[in-house]
Design a protein around this ligand. Structure first.
Ligand SMILES: Nc1ncnc2c1ncn2[C@@H]1O[C@H](COP(=O)(O)OP(=O)(O)O)[C@@H](O)[C@H]1O
Ligand SMILES: [Mg+2]
Length: 250
């Protein structure tokens, strides 16, 4: 980190560009993106389908490499780290909730949620105890032994959220975390995220189309066609602007 201001940032994205494909089919998906994700904040990323949101959060999470640009995550310069070091860093410090949940079908809920802890060498019994705590927090205390196929979409989404929170990562990144949730469970999940951010050391970055949850954001970044076109800081005097609310749905 080069200065104190950056130290407060969970992610500092500077001039990130990314293309897919070659030659005539080459598609530039991210075009010199700048974005700061502050610790203590819930940052939301909005924009029409296909504008590059998932690509951007995959780069911040270290699962995809940018073609160009600077990227510091929790004080680490990802460009200077080996793939193996990034994998380790991600397992320890980042909780990622995929749009498609990516639960392991052969494992029970409690086992799925235990995975990030087991990777870190926590004993199976301790991991299971902690996994059950977090599952209870997302309202799934009666589903420990179920497998993903035995759950509704909303329940699977909550298992994925529990798995992303279980190891208390410093940066939680989620692709549409409330899309499959009804109002009550969406509220439960957003309260969990607010608790995470309230600690001030941790940050939550959410891709969303869900108008119901914008008021939980501290910062809303709006993307269009591979660029961040507007960043809006939300507080008591500055509610989410109406024009950011009715973005195209997936
Ligand atoms: N692995 C890939 N290979 C080729 N094109 C991709 C790949 N991933 C995403 N894209 C394209 O990049 C664009 C942005 O995708 P994405 O980041 O998923 O958008 P969003 O999440 O905003 O809907 C889309 O046109 C998509 O088809
Ligand atoms: Mg997406």
């Amino acid at each position: 980190m080069n200065n104190d201001a950056n130290h407060r940032l969970a992610a500092h994205v500077k001039g990130i560009s990314k293309s897919f494909g070659d030659g005539g089919s080459r598609l530039q998906v991210l075009k010199e993106i700048d974005l700061d994700v502050r610790r203590g904040d819930i940052t939301m990323l909005v924009g029409p389908s296909g504008c590059g949101k998932t690509t951007l959060i995959s780069i911040i999470a270290g699962t995809l490499k940018a073609d160009e640009g600077g990227l510091e995550v929790l004080g680490h310069d990802l460009n200077k780290m080996t793939t193996a070091a990034i994998t380790q860093f991600r397992a320890r410090h980042i909780g990622f909730i995929f749009q498609s949940f990516n639960l392991i079908p052969t494992l029970t809920c409690a086992e799925n949620v235990s995975v990030p802890l087991l990777i870190q060498g926590v004993s199976a019994s301790k991991a299971e105890k902690r996994a059950k705590e977090v599952l209870a927090q997302v309202g799934l205390a009666d589903r420990f032994k179920h497998r993903p196929s035995q759950l509704s979409g909303g329940q699977q989404q909550r298992v994925a959220i529990a798995r992303a929170l279980v190891h208390e990562p410093h940066l939680i990144i989620c692709d549409e975390p409330t899309a499959a949730l009804d109002a009550k469970n969406g509220h439960v999940v957003m309260e969990l995220f607010e608790n995470v951010a309230r600690g001030k050391e941790r940050a939550v970055l959410i891709v969303t189309h869900d108008n119901r949850i914008f008021h939980h954001a501290n910062r809303i970044a709006s993307m269009d066609d591979g660029r961040v076109v507007e960043v809006h800081d939300v507080d008591a005097d500055h509610p989410p602007p109406e024009h950011l609310k009715h973005v195209e749905r997936l």
